[in-house]
Design a protein around this ligand. Structure first.
Ligand code: FAD
Length: 389
């Protein structure tokens, strides 16, 4: 045996890393995957649950195949600390020793400016982690009166999945156009412009939902009144029937508590050849928590997990990691019930900057289409298989 790898978090990054360490080591590395939730629920495609195009059950998967097909050992539990001095993870009921640790806890939310929001999530859900909040937001949309207002508040970059708030606006507008015309979607965006697929979203909003979506860029959130679902920005005071505030984000809590989040106490600095943390020895970090300039996406977490897994296996064999990683990110967005569009970007390791460098500005669809809707479905099936099967 070459030793033991423990993986913290079984989302897109962690589950992929666990599988690929087992595969690439020919089963010679023991892998323990620790996750607090009983099931994997996909954020990608979850915006389509709001409009009733998909059910949450269709986006939920067990961890059985990783155990059966790859011999990954699954431990259900919440990690409370990383004891790097003794090389072990601390859970409520046990401690798990590791030779190398891969940390993939996703994001958590920053409520410092509006502490009341933290305890008001039944009334004002973020639905930015797929699960009960997705269902809650859908229930609120269904219960909305005709002629009502659905407001989406977009946080400043960087946050998980740059185009997803605008895709959500499309999905909500599609539902309202079909079932409750004369209703409105207001997007209060902290950013100065739509930061992904701007031209295509603007065209979709103009052509499919004329007069229905009001977009207000540069909207800094100043006040929130939970009882009346009212927000005040630098320009406006907006009262809503449904208020979906997506809070600002940072690395998952365990990354802060363990000191891994060394960039502004928000994000984790890593070496892009191995995803090794610059803070703790023999600890690697992948997915949304890393400071990278890369989009925070499932596609990226899955790709980083494979580079990290290969590097971890090489290091545990006493070999050098691959010198020049490259990968692509593809991100689909649905603009109605069937049509989607995408952006695809290639990234290469730049040895001068020690960072992943985008090749140009990526390839964007000319227009959304039903064909790309089918491609988006195929993308989701493929990444679920690659991550969990
Ligand atoms: P996650 O997938 O969130 O996994 C983290 C896991 O760690 C979770 O299962 C969590 O329970 C577990 N965990 C955290 N802390 C602990 C602890 N202390 N103990 C035990 N377990 C712990 N990306 C795309 O590529 N394409 C899309 O179309 C797309 N659409 C999106 C739509 C929406 C609405 C949203 C919100 C996101 C979307 N994304 C999309 C982004 C994507 O969901 C994330 O980038 C991706 O999930 C990141 O993977 P991750 O492994 O870093 O984190």
């Amino acid at each position: 045996s070459l030793g033991r790898v423990v993986v913290l978090g079984a989302g897109y990054g962690g589950a992929t890393a666990a599988k690929y360490v087992r595969m690439l080591s020919g089963g010679h590395i023991e892998v323990i995957l620790v996750e607090r939730n009983p099931q994997f629920i996909s954020c990608p495609v979850s915006n389509r649950v709001l409009a009733g195009q998909r059910t949450l059950a269709q986006l939920s998967f067990g961890y059985g195949a990783l155990q059966r097909h790859h011999g990954v050992k699954f431990v259900r539990g919440s990690v409370t600390a990383i004891d790097a001095e003794r090389s072990r993870l601390v859970l409520a009921d046990r401690k798990l020793a590791y030779d190398r640790l891969i940390v993939a806890p996703g994001i958590d939310f920053i409520y410092d400016a509006f502490p009341a929001l933290a305890t008001a999530q039944e009334r004002i859900p973020h639905a930015w982690k797929a699960g009960p909040q997705t269902r809650n937001l859908q229930r609120q949309l269904l219960a909305m009166p005709g002629g009502g207002v659905f407001t989406i508040v977009v946080p400043p970059q960087p946050y998980r999945c740059p185009p997803a708030p605008y895709e959500r606006a499309c999905q909500v507008a599609w539902y309202l156009k079909t079932h409750k015309p004369r209703s409105k979607v207001i997007v209060l965006d902290a950013n100065p412009v739509i930061t992904s697929k701007r031209v295509l979203f603007e065209r979709a909003w103009r052509e499919l939902y004329p007069g229905m979506i009001e977009y207000v860029p540069g909207s800094e959130l100043r006040e929130v009144d939970v009882a009346t679902r009212t927000v005040r920005t630098g320009f406006d005071t907006v009262s809503s029937n449904v208020l979906n505030i997506i809070p600002p984000q940072r690395a998952g809590r365990i990354a802060l508590d363990s000191g891994l989040a060394n960039v502004e106490r928000r994000w984790c600095e890593v070496d892009f050849l191995t995803y090794a943390s610059s803070v703790l020895p023999r600890v690697h970090v992948i997915g949304d928590p890393i400071e990278s300039g890369l989009p925070k996406s499932a596609h990226m977490a899955n790709a980083q997990a494979k580079i990290c897994a290969a590097a971890v296996v090489a290091l545990m064999r006493g070999e050098a990691p691959a010198p020049a990683p490259a990968f692509a990110n593809t991100c689909y967005s649905f603009i109605d019930d069937h049509q989607a569009m995408h952006i695809s970007t290639l990234y290469r390791y730049d040895p001068a900057r020690l960072a992943m460098q985008a090749e140009g500005s990526g390839i964007l669809s000319d227009h959304a289409s039903i064909e790309e809707g089918a491609d988006a479905d195929a993308w989701a099936r493929q990444i679920w298989r690659d991550t969990l099967d």
